[in-house]
Each structure stands twice: as structure tokens, then as C-alpha cells.
Design a protein around this ligand. Structure first.
Ligand SMILES: [Zn+2]
Ligand SMILES: [Zn+2]
Length: 152
């Protein structure tokens, strides 16, 4: 595991100037060929309802957690990249597992951040989106079904 060394957070080269949190968050794709560990709290957390996030998730939205690249340690095999121009005009890159297809993270042209998807974290109870983006393209059924679903 990327975070398995108990001394790694004590090493000066691994400290991050704004977040010296000792909380680590781990996660990985469905088949575990890709595993990661975050050594800081995310800068932002947001839910994106744009069409591209709907396509990449096969669902209504993707929740993204923004980290500095140096705050995320990875062990990966067979990661594939899908790159396209986003709705904003900037190029966006989606990284997904070539074996199981899980959408793991993304990067955006002109922004030096690594965006991890919420669903690939092992524990997710702590995740709380601070904003919802692209509400204009949000799936109508998401609102319509709120409170009316059978619960199992
Ligand atoms: Zn996988
Ligand atoms: Zn999006």
C-alpha cells in the first residue's frame, strides 16, 4: 500500500506546507490494480453535473475531490487516459483503470490539481461536496425521485 510506511508522514520531503494532517485516505479502483493514498485534506470537494461527468460515471454526476498532485501517492498498473475538450474550452483528462473501467481521477488544463473521484475512496462518510456545478444539465430524475423512492 502507498501509505503502509508508518514513518512516511514524518519525513520532511513528504510534508505539505498548508496541510500537515496525519489523516490519510486510501482508495482504489474496483479491481485494485490501482491504489492511492492522500496525505492531506482536499482543497475543494464538488459535485459536477456536466454531461461529460454523466458519461464518465454512467450516472447522474461525479463528485470530485481536488488535491495537489504531491498530496496523492499512487500504485498503478494499466491506467488509461481519455482526453477531450471540456465544456469550458479547456482540455480535461480522465484517468481510468484499463482492467475494470473505474474512473479514478482527472486533470484539467491550466489547473495544477489532481481531482479524485469520490466513489473510489475506501471510506466515504467524511466526504461532503461544498458545491454543485453545471446544475443546468443535472439529470431531472435525480430531483424528481428525491423522497419518492422505495428504500431497501
Ligand atoms: Zn481496476
Ligand atoms: Zn463535470
Amino acid at each position: 500500500m502507498p501509505c503502509s510506511d508508518p514513518n512516511r508522514l514524518l519525513m520532511p520531503e513528504n510534508t505539505v506546507e498548508s496541510q500537515k494532517s496525519e489523516v490519510t485516505r486510501e482508495g482504489g479502483c474496483s479491481c485494485s490494480r490501482h491504489r492511492f493514498c492522500c496525505i492531506a485534506t482536499p482543497k475543494t470537494v464538488f459535485a459536477c453535473h456536466c454531461k461529460e461527468c454523466q458519461k464518465m460515471s454512467g450516472s447522474a454526476l461525479l463528485v470530485w475531490l481536488e488535491y495537489r498532485p504531491e498530496e496523492v501517492e499512487t500504485q498503478s498498473q494499466g491506467i488509461l487516459i481519455y482526453s477531450r475538450k471540456g465544456a469550458s474550452g479547456n482540455r480535461v483528462n480522465f484517468f481510468f483503470c484499463g482492467a475494470c473501467g473505474s474512473t479514478i481521477c482527472g486533470t484539467m488544463e491550466g489547473r495544477p490539481s489532481l481531482f479524485l473521484t469520490a466513489g473510489v475512496f475506501d471510506e466515504t462518510d467524511w466526504i461532503l461536496p461544498g458545491a454543485h456545478l453545471w446544475k443546468g444539465s443535472a439529470q431531472k430524475w435525480l430531483q424528481r425521485s428525491a423522497g419518492t423512492l422505495n428504500v431497501f
